[in-house]
Write a protein that binds this ligand. Structure first.
Ligand code: D5M
Ligand code: FE
Ligand code: ZN
Length: 550
């Protein structure tokens, strides 16, 4: 049993401005005189060191003084750990790792159909795959060098440093042209498509198909749906009859998304009667990548430091838990935007600010980040409350903010970005368009209580923010960075402050909750935020365990 709980050691180090590797904390907590060991380790560490390493501590405590963590009773070393709850969303996508089971038929049950999140279980009954605490001792020494260089992290699709848009009309044309090109490519194989100008010259009554961007959706006097599709050659009206099954899909349409339709031309050739409607979608056969060892990532977002409602106590509980043996496999922390509350984001927001200076907000956020084990890899993208341009794609934090948040040497990238962690492709997107998908979607299945259902819609449309001109602000760029070109293995969003875990065609979907208690606005619209929940993703199975820290 350690003489000093690791969390107390962490506090002590944090108060002296140090971040520490978990192994270092364990060693200190197990030293004969932890307080003295902390003193010596701090003395030994160079004054410009941000992270206290195992080597510093070894030097401080000397080989003989340190005892390994006890194998018995994990509870002993987590004396101040949360009485958290956990639940598992199992039923994973099939693995294609080295040890993958042969061509399993995944056709029957996609994770989306089978995954549920139960949040009632006690921590003691958690569904964590049965690894005993004795075997959970951190053995990361061997990996220390690898950890240092972000070897297991790769970034793609990041706008940072690539922005060329000037906001002029011609830039928007380029963005939309690129969107059309890339999404129509995904649809062209499925229909024998004709450009809109060719449709105009086909004889009435012909069978025809086209791929277009949705310009407008209207209902006719008799209740049918008239959809105007646009391609690079012009526009063409198509009609979906209200009694057809596909009419349900019309309700899901957002303007500016790209679809394909197939049917027959009217006798005068002026309109296409639709028999089939296709979304770019992702294939059901997607086989997700998985890590080849047991390693986990905590997927969080919406920390909102600086808000009076920031759940600081709960964040601390979470950070403390990350120092426990139980959290040993959690080597990555992904933060999907809204690090801070920001200033002037919504009318009247200043009345709910705890910290009014934006830089002070980031400084305080950085302090909270220091509570997280120093050897965790952190990835951050901005959200709509952060200090980067609001229009998407959002570039990563600038140098000044990076400096403020430098303690962890985090990977700081744009919104959206695809982050490859241990071979698993995770599409991170803050999630402003989720508000829009929920607002526009007719059915009750897509709601704030099921944000992952809105995420399914985004995957189906192969675009993280299909609709232009609504809540989601888009920046014109040479390319459309918001197209979901490659199928991710995991889609991670936040923004709506509601927890959602699901799956769609073998892609794991996670919408993080938040670290901000209910705001006056949320109260006015009756949104109950999911505060202090941390979905923990198994990178080797893509299972998710939801942990609560309140
Ligand atoms: O967004 C948190 C959630 O609350 C998201 O669904 C938007 C919504 N929200 C919060 N405040 C407002 C106001 N004032 N108007 C409209 N929608 C709002 P977040 O990005 O954390 O503010
Ligand atoms: Fe938020
Ligand atoms: Zn947000």
């Amino acid at each position: 049993m350690p003489l000093e709980p690791p969390v107390r050691v962490v506090r002590e180090l944090t108060s002296r401005g140090y971040n520490a590797e978990r192994e270092a904390v364990t060693l200190l907590a197990n030293a004969d005189e932890p307080a003295a060991a902390v003193e010596r380790a701090v003395d030994i560490a160079p004054s410009d060191a941000l992270t206290l390493t195992v080597d510093h501590v070894r030097e401080a405590v000397g080989g003989a003084e340190s005892r390994g963590p006890t194998a018995s009773g994990a509870g002993g070393s987590v004396a101040e750990s949360p009485s958290g709850e956990s639940a598992s969303a199992a039923n994973t996508p099939s693995s294609r790792g080295n040890n993958s089971h042969d061509n399993q038929d995944t056709g029957g049950r996609s994770p989306g159909e089978t995954t549920g999140v139960e949040t009632g279980a006690e921590e003691s009954t958690k569904v964590d795959s049965g690894t005993g605490s004795a075997s959970q001792q951190r053995t990361r020494d061997a990996n220390a060098d690898a950890d240092a260089g972000h070897q297991n992290l790769d970034i793609a699709g990041d706008i940072t440093g690539e922005s060329t848009g000037t906001g002029e009309y011609k830039d928007f044309v380029a963005t939309f042209r690129d969107r059309y090109e890339r999404l129509s490519k995904k649809l062209r194989g499925r229909v024998n498509h004709r450009p809109t100008d060719a449709l105009h010259s086909m004889p009435g009554g012909s069978e025809a198909a086209t791929v277009g961007m949705v310009n407008d959706v209207r209902s006719t006097a008799s209740g049918h749906w008239l959809v105007e599709l646009e391609d690079t050659n012009g526009v063409f009206p198509v009609l979906v009859m209200k009694d057809r099954d596909i009419a349900a899909h019309v309700d899901e349409l957002l303007t500016d998304e790209v679809i394909a339709v197939e049917g027959s031309l009217s006798s005068d050739g002026g309109i296409l009667f639709v028999d089939e409607l296709y979304f770019p979608d992702i294939p059901r056969t997607h086989e997700p990548n998985t890590a080849d060892r047991h390693v986990q990532a905590a997927l969080v977002s919406d920390v909102h430091v600086g808000s009076q409602e920031f759940a600081g106590r709960e964040w601390t509980t979470f950070a403390d838990w990350l120092h426990t043996e139980e959290a040993d496999p959690v080597e990555y922390l992904l933060v999907a935007g809204d690090m801070v509350e920001g200033v002037g984001v919504y009318p009247g927001q200043d009345e709910e600010l705890d910290i009014v200076d934006i830089y002070e907000q980031y400084e305080t956020f950085a302090e909270h980040l220091k509570d997280v084990p120093g050897d965790m890899e952190i990835v951050m993208i901005p959200g709509n409350h952060d200090t980067v341009r609001l229009a998407e794609p959002q570039p990563a934090f600038d140098d000044e903010l990076r400096d403020i948040m430098s303690a962890h040497d985090a990977t700081i990238t744009g919104n959206p970005s695809t982050v490859t962690v241990e071979g698993v492709d995770i599409l991170m997107y803050h999630g402003v368009s989720i508000d829009e998908v929920i607002a526009e979607h007719p059915g009750e299945d897509v709601s704030y209580d099921a944000p992952h259902k809105a995420m399914e819609q985004l995957l189906k449309k192969r675009h993280v923010a299909p609709q232009f001109g609504g809540r989601t602000r888009l920046a014109p760029e040479k390319e459309d960075y918001l197209v979901i070109d490659e199928v991710p293995d995991v889609f991670h969003t936040g923004h709506v402050h509601k927890l959602g875990v699901g799956g769609y065609h073998n892609v794991r979907l996670v919408n993080s909750g938040c670290w901000q208690h209910q705001t006056a606005f949320q109260e006015s619209v009756n949104i109950q935020p999911d505060v202090a929940t941390a979905p923990i993703l198994d990178l080797d199975t893509l299972d998710v365990t939801v942990r609560k820290f309140r």
